[in-house]
Design a protein around this ligand. Sequence first.
Ligand code: FAD
Length: 405
Amino acid sequence: MIYDAIIVGGGPAGLMAANQFEKENINYLLLEKNEKCGKKLLLTGGKRCNVTNQLPIKDFIDTLTFKHKRFLYPALKKFGRDDVISFFKIRNLDFVLENNFKYFPKTEKSLSVLEALTQDLNQAHIRYHQSVKEIHKQNNHYQLITKDNTYFAKHVIIATGSNSFPSTGSSGDGLVFAKYLGINYFDFTPAETHVYSNQIKQNFKSLQGISLSKAIVKVKQLKTTYQGDLLFTHFGLSGPVIMHLAEFIDQDIRENKSSILEIPFIDLNQDKLFEVLQSQNHKLLHKVLETYTTKRIVEVLLTHLNIESKKIIEIKKKDLHLISEAFTAFEVTIDKVEDKEKSYVNKGGIDTKALDPQSMEVKNNKGLYFIGEVTDLHGPIGGYNITIALSTGYLASTDIISKLS
Ligand SMILES: Cc1cc2nc3c(=O)[nH]c(=O)nc-3n(C[C@H](O)[C@H](O)[C@H](O)COP(=O)(O)OP(=O)(O)OC[C@H]3O[C@@H](n4cnc5c(N)ncnc54)[C@H](O)[C@@H]3O)c2cc1C
């Protein structure tokens, strides 16, 4: 039998496509390598699943950091935040807006999101334990080979995800298919993850556990800054701002073996802090610093600088400069970004230049589509990635439906 469409992968992207096929009575199959769909989806948002966010399309796209971000316009225009919310609402799942930005299911359970994505699917259309090993083009249809079966379809949607958290099934298979089908792609690399620093691990144990809110962190060699909460851990640094900048220093570390971040403990620039210290030179150093940051940070940094707290007037100018620098632009050497397999998201995937942004179809392989995180489209933490998966899943499946009718 030649199916009208086969979806490879039952994550949010593949499941959204399946929902559209089901609605239109398309003769389709979804092949999933695991014993169930949405294993990664269940882990998302601390098992609460941050499905989308409140940004309008333009702002959503503006926040993305890759050059070809405008590629996403057609997908988000056709199926954006409001469509995502109403898709679930129709299936009796309401959302709550957290911090005026992230949408989570009211049930606080990612399982509810998975249930809503699967409730309308006829189980006869889903084949579990079917890890697709090969995809071949044959005249005007495709042949898909698993360990024990061969399937044929006029249209194929590849929704196999990236290489992050391979234990959930996302083991990078989409790029293997792309390779032998001659479709351009970029290797997966880590994004949205923490970073390792021997300096913190070995010399700054006392900083471990300290968190900074809305810190403006500078990547020294890139001369770019990122803002968000930051946490000193037993292995290095974590927190949203670190997760976000990790992908930008990953390349740097692989080329230069390390990367330097400048972290402010005080919300003033170096010259301003120097000025403040000088203007209050009759006061004790630690007392002045403690008006800007915590006692613990003051203690740790002064110990590190080997500078004793006394009246500022008694401290050498050279040392005041050192203090101003350490408190406003504390340099932390990063030795490693977490591996792509342990990162929440991966950068890389199918080159968007090979895809039609109006449909996600491969330009030189008609009938073949890539959707979700297997494509070179990803966003920061905050519901961007699931939105991208759902939106591209909708775009590809509705394109196939229009071709079949
Ligand atoms: C811990 C964690 C938390 C996250 N939290 C959030 C969040 O709150 N909000 C957010 O927006 N994003 C979050 N993400 C990112 C988000 O989960 C992914 O971007 C999203 O799941 C990608 O969806 P997808 O459908 O493209 O791929 P996936 O969800 O990776 O699904 C791919 C599916 O394809 C199957 N598959 C793979 N290869 C084959 C094959 N050869 N044959 C058959 N089946 C195959 C897999 O088993 C899997 O079921 C998080 C990620 C992680 C790891």
